[in-house]
Design a protein around this ligand. Structure first.
Ligand SMILES: [Zn+2]
Length: 558
């Protein structure tokens, strides 16, 4: 057996800077060499070692030793690849199934020597299913997005005419009675509450949490008699109708199919009706000022706490970005940069990622850097994410999806053939017992069976036949569904070459929606950043038992 060894330090350890580990390259080398010596007829023909590992790596400067391994495997230079532990095979969990499949395809087996005593063969089965489910989720996201676009298009006509689409009027308004034309009118009582909210928010600097408390304390209730909550206050305040513009398509479906309110960053997807002065409760400039302030604090109105900022934030990475020093959220905030001119220096405003702890509790509350320029962050992080997605071997994924589809259909067909055989046999047995029963009635004295035995056998064989036929009907239905699903998936994979490139071409709100399937968080520090990937398959496929695939990478700022 010709063996090759791959020595590398795990990414997790790099990031936690856990260098006091017994899994350094020399330790790995010793373990794998000993493992080879322990097997007769095994020889170590090549050793691949990762050099110059540091806590932060320049992703672009990286020349992955894995590429050398794959090339050598393609040239059939070894039969068995030995790694210290399974997580050393690939830097990114995303790559893991692809690499494993590539090696398997050229006949190379992969073993980890330290995961379990005696070593463990790494199985390719099951790995691709994880990836496929992720792609299915990506595909589902595309479809729901397209649906929401179509709905919006249908509403556009009504919006142009400023027509009310019907349904419950927004808070602050009631259906006008006996008026011609536009059926909404300002509700004086609710409008007063809204004006109070804006007064507190803009002039007294009070946040929506406190506003909700104050309203409750003063005895105000929502329209249905419920208590005010901060998100309800924000939902009311965020409606452009307050500034005289009726908004269409404020809600969209999220990944789980629930309706969520579109955030400020998605307002390019809203359709606003013409300005209608009779609807104004808050003057447009004041309303806009409140919205800017709200965006600066990154307030989301989404239902899910986990991704509320990710869904609603202004910047691409709000909701994902975290401060390396305090762990707090990095939200969109306004900063300046200085332009120096002879006539005098002046400040130019720009949007930044800012540590929420510092913004809300003051500069001493967190030892980290207060703000990071949007451009610096996104120019570094987004290409890194794309590189990771780009590392996926598209052809390998499609080939593997096809293989799985065929295998799965084959199993199904085999099962269907088996069922058909069982049914034919059950029919024969049933017919046999019926014939014996006939015989019994014709010549009772010649029968080997009593009447009661025959009756029981006839009933028993009839029940078995019925049960098998029910199974067959069931099976045919699930098979049709499965075949349709697999066909969908294959069509998607074939037609959408480089499906991840959708990300590049997508408008920003959609990019954020896609990132949610890949990103857990991006940690921003003085020296560099860490990207934590997390494919939460359970959410995508509705199977709670699926563990998310997680991995991370780190790099220094350029
Ligand atoms: Zn901080």
């Amino acid at each position: 057996m010709r063996c090759a060894a791959l020595y590398r330090v795990s990414t997790a350890r790099q990031v936690t800077r856990d260098t006091e580990t017994d899994e350094t390259l020399p330790v790995q080398r010793e373990a794998i060499r000993a493992f080879v010596r322990a097997h007769r007829d095994w020889s170590l023909v090549a050793e691949y070692s990762e050099e110059g590992v540091s806590a932060y790596r320049h992703a672009s400067a990286e020349r992955d030793v894995l590429q050398d391994v794959l090339s050598a495997a393609n040239r059939r230079e070894f039969d068995l690849l030995l790694v210290f532990k399974a997580d050393r095979l690939s830097r990114q969990a995303f790559e893991y199934p692809v690499i494993l499949a590539q090696l398997h395809r050229v006949g190379v087996t992969v073993m980890s020597v330290a995961d379990v005593p005696g070593g463990k063969t790494l199985e390719v089965e099951g790995q691709f299913e994880k990836l496929i489910r992720f792609i299915e989720g990506w595909q589902a996201e595309t479809e729901s997005y397209n649906t929401s676009i179509r709905v919006s298009a249908a509403m556009e006509q009504m919006a142009r005419q400023g027509r009310w689409t019907g349904g419950t009027p927004p808070y602050g308004y009631r259906l006008a009675q006996g008026t011609e034309g536009f059926p909404l009118a300002v509700d004086a009582e609710e409008a007063a509450v809204i004006r109070q909210m804006f007064q507190w928010y803009l002039h007294d600097g009070i946040g929506t949490v406190t506003i909700a408390q104050r309203l409750n304390d003063l005895g105000y209730r929502g329209r249905k008699g419920g208590q005010w909550a901060d998100f309800r206050v924000r939902r009311v305040m965020k409606n452009p109708i307050l500034a005289g513009r009726l908004a269409y398509g404020r809600k969209r479906r999220n990944g789980s199919g629930n309706h969520v309110l579109r955030g400020r960053d998605e307002w390019d997807q809203l359709i606003l009706g013409p300005f209608n002065p009779s609807l104004v409760i808050i003057p447009p400039d004041q309303w806009q000022a409140a919205m800017d302030k709200m965006a600066a604090y990154g307030h989301g109105t989404n239902t899910g706490p986990r991704y509320s900022r990710a869904d609603q934030g202004t910047l691409l990475l709000t909701g994902f970005a975290k401060c390396a020093d305090c762990g707090g959220a990095m939200v969109a905030t306004h900063g300046y940069y200085w332009v120096r001119r002879k006539a005098g220096d002046y400040k130019v405003p720009r949007v930044m990622y800012g540590c929420l702890t510092k913004i809300t509790k003051g500069p001493t509350a967190c030892p980290g850097q207060r703000t990071f320029a949007q451009k610096k962050v996104e120019d570094a992080v987004i290409p890194a994410i794309l590189r990771t997605l780009g590392n996926i071997d598209q052809a390998a994924v499609v080939a593997e999806a096809r293989r799985i589809a065929e295998q799965s259909l084959f199993h199904r067909r085999t099962r269907a053939t088996q069922l058909a055989k069982h049914i034919a046999e059950a029919e024969r047995i049933y017919a046999g017992w019926l014939a014996r029963l006939d015989q019994f009635f014709a010549h009772p004295e010649q029968s080997l069976y009593s009447e009661s035995v025959l009756a029981a056998k006839v009933r028993e064989s009839e029940e078995r036949l019925q049960s098998l036929r029910a199974q067959q009907t069931d099976w045919e239905q699930t098979q049709q569904t499965a075949a349709a699903q697999l066909a969908d998936l294959e069509r998607f994979l074939t037609n959408t070459a480089n499906w991840w490139r959708q990300f590049l071409e997508a408008p920003r709100p959609r990019q954020k929606a896609l990132l949610k399937h890949v990103l857990d968080r991006v940690v921003l520090g003085r020296d560099g950043y860490e990207i934590y990937y997390r494919l939460d398959l359970s959410q995508l496929v509705g199977a709670k038992t699926l563990a998310p695939i997680a991995w991370q990478e780190a790099a220094t700022w350029r």
